[in-house]
Write a protein that binds this ligand. Structure first.
Ligand SMILES: [Zn+2]
Ligand SMILES: [Zn+2]
Length: 69
């Protein structure tokens, strides 16, 4: 079964990542994907870029990994 990767961040955001065609379809050199897709979550150790202000622009800096939303 083909796999859709999702990146799960500590802030709770979930973003679509790479779509991986399975070996079976890949080796058949087809452009098809399976009817059903396996979802694979990859957990990030940090917040997504949307929830991490750029250091030059931040008005408030949190330390100790509090929620920053
Ligand atoms: Zn597949
Ligand atoms: Zn986020």
């Amino acid at each position: 079964m083909c796999t859709q990767i999702y990146h799960v961040y500590q802030c709770g955001c979930r973003m679509k990542g790479e779509f991986k065609q399975c070996d079976e379809k890949y080796n058949a050199e087809t452009n098809l994907q399976c009817d059903r897709t396996n979802n694979d979550d990859v957990v990030s150790r940090n917040y997504c870029s949307k929830h991490m202000p750029k250091e030059g622009k931040a008005t408030t800096q949190y330390v100790g990994r509090q929620a920053n939303r």
